[in-house]
Design a protein around this ligand. Structure first.
Ligand code: PLP
Ligand code: COI
Length: 361
C-alpha cells in the first residue's frame, strides 16, 4: 500500500457530552458502553477494499436477505488500548491480532484485510476516541470485525464484505473482579472438531458455545471448559479463554494448538514463563488427570487467560458428577506473578523487553 491515508475522517458532530462520558467511565462494566466513532471499510471484487472512513458510530442498514444473517460468515478480534503510567496510549501486540484476523478470514473464505490497513483502522479509532480510555485499571476494548454484506441467499462465499471497528471502555470481564472463577466442564457439548473452525475467531464458534455457557451459569459457574470433540477426554479451552495448569515441580502445562484459538495472551505467557526458566509443556491434558492431580496436590494452580479476562485464577471446577477445588481455592503464587508481569508490561510499569507495546502517537 502507498502512504496515502486510506481512511477519511468525519468527526461525530454530536459526541456524548463530557460530563456524561465521565459518568459512564466510572463503572463501564464490559461491552455495554460504546465510544463516539467507528471505522468502516468495504470490499467488493471490483474495488477491493474501499470507502474507508472513521465516522459517528451508527447502526447498519441490513437487507433481510443479507448473507451474514443466514450463513454467519463473520469473524472478529478482541484487543485493548491502555493508558500507561506516563500517560502514553498503547496497544498490546496488535500485529498479532492483524495476522490472526487475516488467518480467520482465510478459513471463512473471506478476503483478508491487509495487516497494515487493520492497524491503521484500529489506531485511527483509538486516536479519535482517546478520551474514552478509562484511567486506572480500565482499558479501551477494541472490536474489529468483518461480515458478509451481500444480499443473496445462495450458499457460497459472499461477494461483498464490511470491515468495522468499534470500541468500548471496559473494567474487569468477570463480575467478581480478581476473585478466582468457577468453571463448568461440559460433557454434553463440544466447541470445535478437527478440520472445523476452532482456530478461527468466527462468531459461529461462540454461537455454538452459548448453550454450554448458559448451562455453566445455571451451575453457578463463570465459564465453560470444553473437552475435545473426538474422545471427550482432553481439555481444550474455555468459552472465551485459554487455560494453563501449574504443577508441583514448577512446570506448566497448556493444551496444544490445533482445534483451539491461538491466544495472544497464551503466547505471551509462554514467553514470560520461558524467560523465568519455567518450562511450559504444550501437551494434551485430560479432565480425569486434572481431577486426580488436583486431589493429590500434584496440580498447584490453574488459570484462564485472554484479552478480555487477562489472567483469571480458577478456584473451583464443577462437572455433572461432582466438583473439586484447585489448591486452596485462591489465586496461586504463579498466577499472581504472571498477571503482575503481564499487566505491568501493558501499563508501562514493567520494562517491555519483548517489544510488545505499540504506542499510539
Ligand atoms: N480462546 C477463545 C475461545 C477466546 O475467545 C479467546 C479470546 O479472545 C482466547 C482463547 C484468548 O485469546 P487472546 O489471548 O488472543 O485474547
Ligand atoms: C476476548 O478476550 O477478546 C474475547 O474475544 C473473548 C470474549 C470472552 C470477550
Amino acid at each position: 500500500m502507498n502512504n496515502e491515508p486510506f481512511l477519511s475522517i468525519v468527526p461525530n458532530g454530536s459526541p456524548v457530552a463530557a460530563h456524561e462520558r465521565a459518568r459512564l467511565l466510572e463503572n463501564p462494566g464490559f461491552g455495554r458502553v460504546f465510544t463516539d466513532h467507528m471505522v468502516t471499510i468495504r470490499w467488493t471484487p471490483e474495488k477491493g477494499w474501499h470507502a474507508g472512513q472513521v465516522a459517528a458510530r451508527a447502526p447498519f442498514q441490513i437487507d433481510p436477505a443479507n448473507a451474514v444473517l443466514h450463513y454467519a460468515q463473520e469473524i472478529f478480534e478482541g484487543m485493548k488500548a491502555y493508558r500507561t503510567q506516563d500517560g502514553t496510549i498503547t496497544l498490546f501486540r496488535p500485529q498479532e491480532n492483524a495476522r490472526r484476523f487475516a488467518q480467520s478470514a482465510e478459513r471463512m473464505a473471506m478476503p483478508p484485510l491487509p495487516e497494515d490497513l487493520f492497524l491503521q483502522a484500529v489506531e485511527a479509532l483509538v486516536r479519535i476516541d482517546s478520551d474514552w480510555i478509562p484511567e486506572g485499571d480500565g482499558s479501551l476494548y477494541l472490536r474489529p470485525f468483518m461480515f458478509a454484506s451481500e444480499t443473496f441467499l445462495g450458499v457460497r462465499p459472499a461477494s461483498e464484505y464490511i470491515f468495522c471497528v468499534i470500541a468500548c471502555p471496559v473494567g474487569p470481564y468477570f463480575k467478581g473482579g480478581k476473585k478466582p472463577i468457577k468453571v463448568w466442564v461440559s460433557d454434553a457439548y463440544t466447541r470445535a472438531a478437527p478440520g472445523g473452525t476452532g482456530t478461527a475467531k468466527c462468531g459461529g464458534n461462540y454461537a455454538a458455545s452459548l448453550i454450554a455457557q448458559a448451562e455453566a451459569t445455571r451451575q453457578g459457574c463463570d465459564q465453560v471448559v470444553f473437552l475435545d470433540a473426538t474422545e471427550r477426554r482432553w481439555i481444550e479451552e474455555l468459552g472465551g479463554m485459554n487455560i494453563f495448569f501449574v504443577m508441583d515441580d514448577g512446570s506448566m502445562i497448556t493444551p496444544p494448538l490445533g482445534t483451539i484459538l491461538p491466544g495472544i495472551t497464551r503466547a505471551s505467557i509462554i514467553t514470560l514463563a520461558a524467560a523465568e526458566g519455567i518450562s511450559v509443556i504444550e501437551t494434551p491434558y485430560s479432565f480425569d488427570q486434572w481431577r486426580t492431580d488436583a486431589t493429590s496436590g500434584r496440580l498447584r494452580e490453574t488459570f484462564a487467560c485472554g484479552t478480555a479476562a487477562v489472567i483469571a485464577g480458577i478456584g473451583e471446577v464443577r462437572y455433572s458428577n461432582g466438583s473439586f477445588v484447585i489448591g486452596s481455592g485462591e489465586d496461586g503464587p504463579l498466577t499472581v506473578r504472571l498477571r503482575e508481569q503481564l499487566v505491568g508490561i501493558q501499563r508501562g510499569i514493567v520494562p517491555d523487553k519483548f517489544e510488545w507495546l505499540h504506542p499510539i502517537t
